[in-house]
Design a protein around this ligand. Structure first.
Ligand code: ATP
Length: 298
């Protein structure tokens, strides 16, 4: 649905994006990750045609990015932009019409979304009289009201309490299931694990990771296992690394160098009662931190 080819952008002598290639399929949630200052916002701004790339191209549905695409994109920026003096209902109608909806259609959609997110009662309130989380809901509706094909969400859960964060999460999944492609930029790794089908990570202007969450986790496997034992003796092999653990049970991290997991398990049985045995597969958060460190040292 969205393709980014060899995209580069610098601010003066400072490169913000270097030769970035990405492909976002229809109906998926694509996590765009990276440490602060990596280049994510720059990429998002180029897709939204707020700034221009120095070189490379962006295509939406096989067409070079052009102003017509704006109506097909819903962008929730990190710095929210609502008109403080305007009333909620008026503001949503305004945004919907700005994105090309006819007045009658816009009205229907405002009714639909304000009811869906349970905020019909706020219609006549001014934005300046709302709490941060309440204003966030309005901004979310303003982003999705024109039913864009591509949604770009920058930290969509910030400012929400857990109940409302869950509500918004469910709405995002619902939109994806209806065929919307979603680019989700966030530093919250639990959201990435829960929501994203595919992720790409940018660090220091370069893409350092690209794949499905499962592919990336599998590639990061290190043949490392965690074994919990009720030890029968005080001795154990020197390559078993003892981990802090409570009570009588002893936890080890063991790197499997040659041999099979069954052989390791058999060996473990000779040292005591095996309570649990599982492979340690790094989480996306751990992979993120490792990659950020690795590229920092390059
Ligand atoms: N308008 C600008 N003028 C000059 N430099 C800029 C401008 N906007 C961004 N930069 C620089 O470009 C680089 C990438 O910034 P960008 O905002 O794209 O990062 P980011 O990944 O969105 O970071 P964050 O997670 O902190 O929002 C940084 O070095 C930043 O200082």
């Amino acid at each position: 649905m969205l393709e980014v080819h060899s995209l580069s952008k610098s601010y003066g002598n400072n490169p913000a994006l270097i030769d970035i290639n990405l492909s976002v399929e229809k109906g998926i949630i694509f996590g765009l990750l990276g440490p602060n200052g990596a280049g994510k916002t720059t990429l998002i701004r180029i897709i939204n045609q707020i700034i221009e790339a120095d070189s490379g191209e962006v295509k939406i549905n096989n067409k070079i990015l052009n102003p017509e695409h704006i109506k097909n994109i819903g962008y929730l920026p990190e710095e929210r932009g609502l008109y403080k003096k305007m009333k909620v209902g008026e503001q949503l109608l305004y945004f919907a019409q700005l994105k090309g909806l006819r007045a009658s259609e816009a009205k229907q959609r405002v009714k639909y979304w304000t009811e869906k997110l349970d905020i019909s009662a706020w219609k006549d309130k001014r934005i300046e009289d709302l709490s941060k989380g309440m204003a966030q809901k309005i901004q979310f509706i303003a982003t999705v009201i024109h039913e864009p094909e591509l949604l770009i969400l920058d930290e969509p859960f910030s400012g929400f309490d857990p109940v409302n964060a869950e509500l918004i999460k469910d709405e995002i999944i619902d939109l994806k299931n209806k065929g919307t492609s979603v680019i989700l930029s966030t530093h919250r790794m639990e959201s990435v694990n829960l929501l994203c089908d595919h992720i790409a990570m940018i660090n220091k202007a370069k893409k350092v990771l690209d794949g499905t969450v499962e592919e990336i986790r599998q590639l990061s496997r290190k043949n490392l296992f965690e074994l919990k034992l009720r030890l029968g003796s005080e001795s154990f092999p020197p390559h078993w690394i003892k981990q802090p653990s409570a009570g009588q049970d002893t936890k080890f991290h063991i790197m499997l160098n040659g041999g099979t997991t069954n052989q390791l398990l058999q060996e473990a049985l000779t040292y005591g009662e095996v309570l649990s045995f599982e492979e340690i597969i790094p989480s996306i958060g751990e992979i993120f931190i490792q990659l950020a460190k690795d590229t920092d040292h390059e």
